[in-house]
Design a protein around this ligand. Structure first.
Ligand code: CO
Length: 154
């Protein structure tokens, strides 16, 4: 009985800990989809600077395999995009076509038709800075790209 009470107390403490952590961290959820015709579902994503982290889900709504029509979602400053795209193509399929480059702010894995993938990343973004999201599968970034806007608080 004594042991049971102790276990109950411990589980209450850990539950409360989880609740307060969740309340303190503002996680903003983002979702985007991509098709067999090389289109993202949006050309613009807008987030609030008060988000402490992001949970982004990419869904490939097509049917083609990732070797033929793979999609990922990569975020960087606009100024870094072209070099990251070039280096990412060189990185190859085994690396999800994502360059090992610290200027990559966030990147999902590459998914094929019917696939979905989720990433979590911290908000290290500066309001007013120009950011872009894009797919680094070879030949896709020219069309599969959009602006990522960080709106200032309030
Ligand atoms: Co793509």
């Amino acid at each position: 009985m004594k042991n049971n009470n102790l276990l109950l107390s411990l589980s209450l403490v850990s539950s409360l800990g989880l609740v307060s952590t969740a309340a303190a961290a503002k996680v903003c959820e983002l979702s985007i989809s991509a098709t067999d015709t090389m289109q993202f579902s949006t050309k613009e994503m807008k987030v609030d600077s008060s988000c402490q982290s992001f949970k982004l889900t990419l869904t490939h709504t097509g049917k083609l395999p990732k070797q033929a029509m793979g999609h990922n979602w990569v975020l960087s400053k606009k100024a870094d995009m072209n070099e990251i795209v070039a280096a990412s193509i060189a990185a190859g399929l085994a690396k999800n076509y994502v360059a090992d480059d610290k200027r990559v702010i966030a990147a999902t894995e590459l998914v094929g038709g019917g696939g979905t993938t989720t990433i979590d990343f911290k908000n290290t973004l500066t309001p007013g800075e120009e950011y872009m999201f894009y797919c680094t599968f070879p030949g896709h970034a020219g069309i599969m790209k959009g602006t990522f806007i960080v709106a200032a608080k309030g």
